[in-house]
Design a protein around this ligand. Structure first.
Ligand SMILES: Cc1ncc(COP(=O)(O)O)c(C=O)c1O
Length: 401
C-alpha cells in the first residue's frame, strides 16, 4: 500500500489561481455573451512577447543544437557558466555587491526555488511568513510538514512591511517588492530584519522576483545591499517578470558561501551553499541550453534596453489603474515600484464577494486579498500585467464603480 503525504490534507483543496481560473471558467459558461469581454487582471502573468535579444539568442542556440559540433546534452545542474557570470556581474558586482559566479544557481523558476529550498532545511524550524504574501511559502512549508509557523502581519499601519517578531524564529520569508501589496522595504526596514537574523542565527529567504520594478533609487533591489546579509540570506530572482519568461522558465537563487545553518544540537555548522549544491546535483538537471542563452541575452546592451522597455510598459499600465482609483477616491497601495495594486474592497465586502462583484458587473478578474492570507481579507489585488488596450478598457469600466 502506498501512503500519501498527509500534510497535503492540511492544505486548502486548490491553489488560489486554480480556484480563480475555475470561477472565471464557470462565469464564461454561464454568461456566453460576456465570455469574450472578460479582462484578466488576476494572475500575475505577462502578456507581451519576449525581448528581441532573447528571441535572437534562442534561435541561435537552437541552430547550435542542430549541429553535432555545437550540440549540447546535459548541462551543469547549477547553470552554465556564461549565465552565472552574466548574473553575478550585472545584478551584483556592478552594484558593488560581492557575489561570485558560483554563488549563483540557475533554476527553472523562483516558485520552484522557494519550495525546493525546504529540502535542505531541517524539520522543526520555526518559520515566519508575512501575511499577506505569495501563497507558495506557506503551502510548501505545510507540504514539508512544518507546523511551527508564525505570521508577521502587513497592515495599513506598517505600510504592509511587517516588522521582525519579538519571539525567535529560524527561517524568515521576505518578498519585496511585495506580491500582493506592491509594498517595498526601505534600507532601514530590511536592516532590522538582517540584524534580527544575525542575532538569532536565522535564515532569510528573500524573494526579489519583482526587483526590476523598483523605480525609487533609495529602495534596495537586493538584500545584499544590507550589511551582514551574506551571512544570513538566500536571494531568489526570476526572469519571469523582468524578461517576460513566465512561459520560457528561468530564474536563479543566490546562495552565498558565507551562509551557514546548524545541526539540531547547534554543535555543528554547515555551509548551505554546499548542501544546496548537493541537493541540486541529485534532484535537478539544469535549465535547457537555449533558455539559458535567452536569459543571458537579457544582459546584453540591447537586452537591457528591452527589459527596461518591458518593465516601463507594465508600470505605465499600473499608473493608469492607479489614476483611475485615485479619481474614484479609493485607497490603494503599490503600483509605483511594483506591478501590483492593492485595494480595499468596497462597502465592507469580503474579498471573494468583491471578486464576484467585479467579475459579474464589470467583467474584470482580480485576485481576492484573502487568497494571500488572513490579513488580506477585505482587500483585492489588481495586476498591471496586461495589454494596454485591456488596461484602458478595465480603467474605463472601473470608472463607473
Ligand atoms: C513573489 C513571487 N515569487 C515567485 C514567483 C514565481 O516566479 P517564477 O515564474 O520564476 O516561478 C512569483 C510569480 O508570480 C511571485 O509573485
Amino acid at each position: 500500500m502506498a501512503f500519501v503525504n498527509e500534510n497535503f490534507f492540511k492544505l486548502s483543496p486548490s491553489y488560489l489561481f486554480s480556484e480563480i481560473a475555475k470561477r472565471v471558467s464557470d462565469f464564461k459558461t454561464n454568461n456566453p455573451d460576456k465570455a469574450d469581454s472578460v479582462i484578466r487582471c488576476g494572475i500575475g502573468d505577462v502578456t507581451e512577447p519576449l525581448p528581441a535579444a532573447s528571441i535572437k539568442a534562442l534561435h541561435k542556440a537552437v541552430d547550435e543544437m542542430a549541429v553535432r559540433e555545437t550540440f549540447r546534452g546535459y548541462g551543469p545542474e547549477e547553470g552554465y557558466e556564461f549565465l552565472r557570470h552574466a548574473v553575478a556581474e550585472n545584478d551584483y558586482r556592478s552594484r558593488n555587491l560581492s557575489i561570485t559566479d558560483d554563488e549563483i544557481f540557475v533554476s527553472d523558476g523562483s516558485k520552484c526555488d522557494c519550495g525546493n529550498i525546504l529540502d535542505i532545511l531541517g524539520k522543526g524550524n520555526r518559520i515566519a511568513i508575512p501575511d499577506p504574501v505569495y501563497p507558495v511559502y506557506y503551502d510548501t512549508n505545510i507540504m514539508a510538514g512544518n507546523e511551527d509557523i508564525i505570521f508577521v502581519n502587513g497592515t495599513e499601519d506598517n505600510g504592509f512591511v511587517p516588522e521582525p517578531p519579538f519571539e525567535k524564529v529560524d527561517v524568515i520569508y521576505l518578498c519585496f517588492p511585495n506580491n500582493p501589496t506592491g509594498a517595498v522595504a526601505t534600507k532601514e526596514q530590511l536592516k532590522s530584519w538582517v540584524d534580527y537574523a544575525l542575532k538569532n542565527k536565522s535564515l532569510i529567504i528573500f524573494d526579489a522576483a519583482y526587483g526590476d520594478y523598483i523605480r525609487n533609487p533609495d529602495i534596495p533591489r537586493s538584500i545584499y545591499e544590507i550589511e551582514g546579509a551574506y551571512q544570513c540570506a538566500i536571494e531568489t530572482r526570476s526572469f519571469s517578470k523582468s524578461g517576460g519568461f513566465t512561459g520560457l522558465r528561468c530564474a536563479f537563487a543566490v546562495v552565498p558561501k558565507a551562509l551557514t545553518a546548524y545541526s539540531l544540537d547547534g554543535e555543528k555548522s554547515v555551509s548551505l551553499h554546499s548542501v544546496w549544491k548537493r541537493r541540486q546535483g541529485s534532484k535537478f538537471n539544469g535549465v535547457s541550453y537555449p533558455v539559458q542563452r535567452a536569459a543571458e541575452a537579457l544582459y546584453s546592451k540591447e537586452g537591457q534596453a528591452e527589459v527596461r522597455q518591458l518593465v516601463d510598459f507594465y508600470m505605465n499600465n499600473a499608473k493608469i489603474i492607479a489614476e483611475t482609483l485615485r479619481k474614484l477616491g479609493l485607497p490603494f497601495w503599490g503600483g509605483d515600484n511594483a506591478p501590483y495594486i492593492w485595494t480595499k474592497t468596497i462597502g465592507g465586502k469580503s474579498s471573494w464577494d468583491m471578486f464576484s462583484f467585479l467579475l459579474d458587473n464589470f467583467g474584470i478578474v482580480t485576485t481576492p486579498g484573502s487568497g494571500f492570507g488572513k490579513m488580506g481579507e477585505g482587500y483585492f489585488r489588481i495586476s498591471a500585467f496586461n495589454s494596454l488596450e485591456n488596461i484602458k478598457e478595465a480603467a474605463k469600466r472601473l470608472s463607473s464603480l
